[in-house]
Design a protein around this ligand. Sequence first.
Ligand SMILES: Cc1ncc(COP(=O)(O)O)c(C=O)c1O
Length: 446
Amino acid sequence: MSTNWSHLVTEMPDLLAPSMAKDHPNLPVVKAEGCYYYGLDGKQYLDFTSGIATANTGHRHPKVVEAIKNGADHLMHGPSGVIMYESILKLSKELAQVLPGDLDCFFFANSGTEAIEGAIKLAKHVTKRPYVVSFIGCFHGRSLGALSVTTSKSKYRKFLQPNGLSYQVPYADVKSCPSGMDPETYVIGKLEKDFETLFNHQVTPEEVACMIVEPVLGEGGYIVPPKGWLKRIREICDRHGILLIFDEVQTGFGRTGEWFAAQTFDVTPDIMAIAKGIASGLPLSATVASKELMKQWPLGSHGTTFGGNPIACEAALATIAVLKEEKLVKNSKNMGAYAYERLKVLQQDSPVIGSIRALGLMIGIEIVDPLTGKPDGNGLMAILDKCLEKGVLFYLCGNHGEVIRMIPPLTVNKEQIDHGLSVLEEAVLEYQNELHLQLSGSYQNV
Ligand SMILES: Cc1ncc(COP(=O)(O)O)c(C=O)c1O
């Protein structure tokens, strides 16, 4: 095997479509294992990105790798609509056990976006209603159907004229809560008002098939809504016979400290979209609902060639087993709480750190301009570049790219959290010192 990988850096930009975001860290790697990536230079990088919240069991967990190898020895392709095989059946049963409520019937696909498409199609078939309501700032994927409900960034929708059959209402915004008022009461009151306006002026509730929401805002900036806000959305749906879809593509499989955020918030949706962590990195996703609901989706109205691939199903079965055996859901809650406490201490001495939002190992650290308090995407990039140099990878999110996304594999331990956060602390301090110098320099020039 060639050890000269520099052609990756020179050739890839020419051969891959530039539309694909080249997000930080855009690092050429040769290997990944556990909580680490290994770069071209042979350097080890502590990975707090998990391949965007996907490698929940760590990279290449030996049990997952073994399941994939065994799977390939038996059956590499179904398709699930034409051939029957054991792994897809076993997986459905295993998933039904860890999902909330009566979510026990599955349409398997390959990506989060496809699971969302399936969820919306199912809701429209069941209700025979045309419209969908989504929440501003949420990300649900980039296909044309998913884009009709994705509003995390307007550039994703540019020139595409997403179909007009969706309406948007604001996500929970506790930041604008007037002082002295309870934030939960505030966002619930605002939600009721927003829906009153929507239903009185734009669309009648009888025409709305479903509402789709990320229980924790992901790409839009890692915002954790108060429990009561999601509960009230459930109530509004029930009031009007509207189906509730949770997009748990990112929040699922232990990320928020429970198997799913639905359990964290104690709100059960009618339909759920799951993906990312489901198969530790192999492409697999599912639209999930109760059998009763799924039965109303007419024969042949949806299908797939690759969805529910047998090897991906084997990987998912091994993933669930590892999450259970190694108690990784609990570890997510404990390590998340530990990291949050350390970050709160760092925040006290760091004027560039705005708010910290965390649920399990889904942690957002907002970077702000210390003078104006405004989101500072450039500052974030300077900090992440320093972390990269020091061998620790973080990702980013937020409308202005101003929120550090800390999403380590759920296998992460205290020492790794301590190391990663010490590096972040150093990077923040260095950046603050540079800012201070710049500011004092500009005062001298006045
Ligand atoms: C909440 C959420 N929904 C949907 C998607 C789309 O998933 P995919 O990229 O697998 O199509 C993502 C991807 O980041 C996501 O975070």
